[in-house]
Design a protein around this ligand. Structure first.
Ligand code: ADP
Ligand code: MG
Length: 698
């Protein structure tokens, strides 16, 4: 009774010392947790490789051979030569010397299992597992699981073999208590095996088919419950959260629309339709608008704001930085000119004197649209009737700030439109934003020129400077970006970017008419704005900066983006930076400069940058190379979900199927209250699949 909750230390073979180790290293403290700790790969222990065929490229192999000699090279080094009909190889031990020496008697035959490696021109195995040969491989022969391990676990004697023994003992006790978590009808429709079978076979598969069945079932279950939980939350919220009903589009929208100097792209039109229908349906909108840099999100935001205005409400647009807020403000004012809607800017550096009329205008409703930084949600700000909040590049805003917005309105929470240029792969978006609706602008405005991207080493800096000079001579401008560098968690970018600035000043002296601006995180807001403005207005030829320019800044005349120490940047970040150029009519260039010690992995990523400009492809590749936890924008926090067996990077198709199935279940029974879904409801109540905190990732 109650074996699942039994403390791991009481399992035969564990005891208090190993229990502590399991807890510390793997966070396993009960039998239930133990049996949900799965192997990460499997080896076919039925296969014996002839020694002559063993090469160091093979992962793990099993050889069977007779001990020829055992040499005690010193007290900590035992060498054993083994031979089969095809050849000889050496087994090396640095631990358990006496024990291995005693049992590996010359003339006896053993099975050795381990990773072959080349050493001194020959092949050996260090610390192979040693077993007596099996009389009848078929009797015990099956795939055997390899469990994730750590140095400390191994040192504490918990090898993969020991882990398998523990699992075996735990399953013997727990099997009767493993109950099905999915209703019969789902198992049937999806062709899934029962849970007890899956758990047993994920540890001890009887054959590859059983392993496949077990893996499918467990992955599907994990992804299905995750999606079910997210979609159910969304359903509950969309019903609970009454939204401001915005019935009409209004004259301001039309005035702006008719005066646009260009036609909206198909994608922009589609997204505006989606937003319009959200705004008019009577529930609160929570929509994520994804669109690559330069895809024209600002226009969509402005038109959405004008719908709010048309219905007698106000709108705010929040940007992550002062520079961006000011640029938004400037652009938006242009769009608003034909509408007569009053727009204002509120940031950290708005003076007290300027603030007073602003706050009044917001409170009495005479200001229709306010653009700003998070100063917008600070305490003294009150709106007469905030109907829509647009949040640009929101990964820098947290959940609490989103919540603060709610308290600013007239009682009913405002609609929320979150915009991001971070091209989040579909599978990740489905999970992270499972409770948001997602719109994608997947089409660029016409006239964008491809950006030619190249990768160079430092030996070509001179040539690069010459090229920069040619571009500047043609009236173009150049970005030079340095990475943020953290040393002992302290931001050390400044010395880096300042050294870079000196270098650029030397190569581009004022005496020859070059003007260079510098922007970095440690400057005051005024300094930043001053330098930024100089570049935006064309007074500076070169802008040297850290990644503060990463998002949004629009300088159509800039044609070259130089990224120094490019190997230090994430792919998505490089993509964002590259999106800063190619906005004007001229041909643009992105030059990635790598440092001498760039690793292979980084090299591959930089080459990928040179080969494609598709942000989504880059994001997918990024996720495959680094795993979803490291994805840009999520890397500080890691993912808010722990997947045990499924992988967002690899199991994308299964995730989509699981989501569709969850939707299908909820369509028929939104509250999961029918008897056939009782199991699902009780599984969700356990809270295993809740995502608690979106703050760092959304
Ligand atoms: P982002 O999605 O990166 O915020 P912006 O909204 O800043 O992109 O738009 C990038 C540029 O494209 C701006 O200069 C904008 O005026 C222009 N633009 C937006 N929509 C269109 C369109 N439909 N046709 C042509 N140019 C457009
Ligand atoms: Mg933008």
């Amino acid at each position: 009774m109650g074996e699942l909750t039994t403390d791991i230390q009481y399992l035969p073979g564990v005891g208090p010392k190993r229990a502590l180790l399991l807890k510390k290293e793997l966070e396993i403290s009960t039998l239930d947790q133990l049996i949900h700790f799965y192997p990460f790969r499997y080896v076919d222990r039925t296969r014996i490789t002839p020694i002559a065929e063993v090469t160091p490229d093979l992962a793990y192999v099993q050889v069977q051979g007779k001990v020829v000699v055992r040499n005690l090279i010193n007290i900590k080094h035992l060498s054993v030569i083994v031979e089969d009909a095809t050849g000889r190889m050496e087994m090396v031990f640095f631990k358990g010397i006496k024990w291995n020496f005693d049992r590996l008697e010359p003339g006896r035959v053993f099975v050795f299992y381990g990773k072959p490696q080349a050493y001194g021109g020959r092949i050996n195995m260090v610390h192979p597992e040693v077993d007596p040969p099996q009389e009848d491989p078929a009797a015990t022969g099956r795939l055997s699981g390899v469990y994730p391990s750590t140095e400390k676990l191994k040192a504490g004697g918990i090898t993969t073999k020991v882990m398998a023994k523990l699992q075996h003992a735990a399953l013997a006790l727990c099997m009767p208590e493993i109950h099905e978590t999915l209703p019969e009808y789902i198992l049937k429709q999806r062709g899934l095996c029962p849970l007890p079978y899956a758990i047993y076979n994920i540890h001890f598969p009887s054959d590859t088919r059983a392993l496949q069945l077990a893996t499918d079932r467990l992955k599907f279950e994990e992804l299905f419950f995750l999606q079910l939980s997210l979609l159910k939350q969304r359903y509950v919220r969309s019903r609970a959260e009454k939204g401001i009903k915005m019935n009409i589009v209004g004259p301001a929208f039309h005035a702006c629309y008719n005066a646009l100097p260009y036609a909206l792209t198909g994608a922009q039109q589609r997204v505006i339709k989606e937003i319009r229908s959200d705004l008019s349906c009577g529930h609160q909108m929570n929509r994520l608008l994804q669109g690559d840099v330069g895809s024209g999100k600002t226009m969509v935001a402005v038109l959405s704001c004008l719908i709010a205005i048309g219905n007698g409400y106000q709108a705010c647009i929040m940007a992550p930085t002062e520079v961006l807020a000011r640029q938004h403000y400037a652009n938006i004012q242009k769009y608003l000119a034909p509408t007569g809607v009053k727009c204002a800017l509120l940031t950290g550096s708005t003076t007290q004197k300027e603030r007073r009329p602003l706050l009044e205008g917001l409170a009495d409703g005479s200001i229709g649209i306010i653009v700003g930084t998070h100063a917008l949600i600070e305490d003294p700000v009150r709106y007469k009737a905030l109907g829509l909040a647009v949040i640009d590049e929101q990964h820098r805003f947290g959940v609490s700030q989103r919540a603060a917005l709610w308290s600013k309105g007239p009682g009913i929470p405002p609609h929320i439109l979150v915009m991001t240029a971070t091209p989040i792969p579909r599978t990740l978006a489905m999970t992270l934003y499972g409770d948001l609706d997602v719109s994608v602008i997947d089409e660029m405005p016409p006239g964008r020129k491809p950006v030619q991207t190249m990768l160079i080493g430092q030996n070509r800096l001179r040539a690069m400077y010459r090229f920069m000079k040619e571009e500047i001579a043609r009236g173009r401008q150049v970005f030079v970006v340095y990475p943020m560098i953290f040393i002992n968690e302290k931001l050390e970018d400044v010395s880096n970017v300042e050294a870079g600035y000196e270098e650029i000043l030397q190569a581009f002296p004022l005496s020859e008419g070059y003007k260079v601006a510098i922007v970095h995180g440690k400057q005051s807001n005024e300094e930043k704005s001053f330098n930024m403005d100089a570049f935006v207005a064309g007074r500076a030829n070169i802008l040297v900066s850290t990644t503060v320019i990463e998002v949004g800044v629009d300088v159509p005349n800039a044609s070259v983006m130089v990224i120094r120490s490019a190997q230090r940047f994430g792919l998505s970040q490089l993509h964002q930076l590259r999106g800063r150029v190619g906005r004007g009519a001229e041909k643009s260039y992105c030059i990635l400069v790598k440092d001498p010690k760039t690793g292979q992995e980084a090299q591959r990523r930089l080459e990928l940058m040179c080969s494609t400009e598709d942000g989504f492809e880059i994001a997918e590749q990024d996720m495959k190379m680094r795993g979803p936890g490291d994805l840009e924008g999520t890397q500080q926090s890691g993912l808010p979900i722990n997947l045990n067996i499924a992988s967002l990077a690899r199991d994308g198709i299964l995730l989509e199927q699981a989501r569709a199935f969850a939707q299908y279940v909820l369509d028929a029974d939104p509250t999961l209250s029918s008897p056939q879904n009782a199991l699902l409801a009780s599984e969700l109540r356990k809270g295993k699949y809740d995502i608690h905190d979106y703050s760092n990732i959304s």
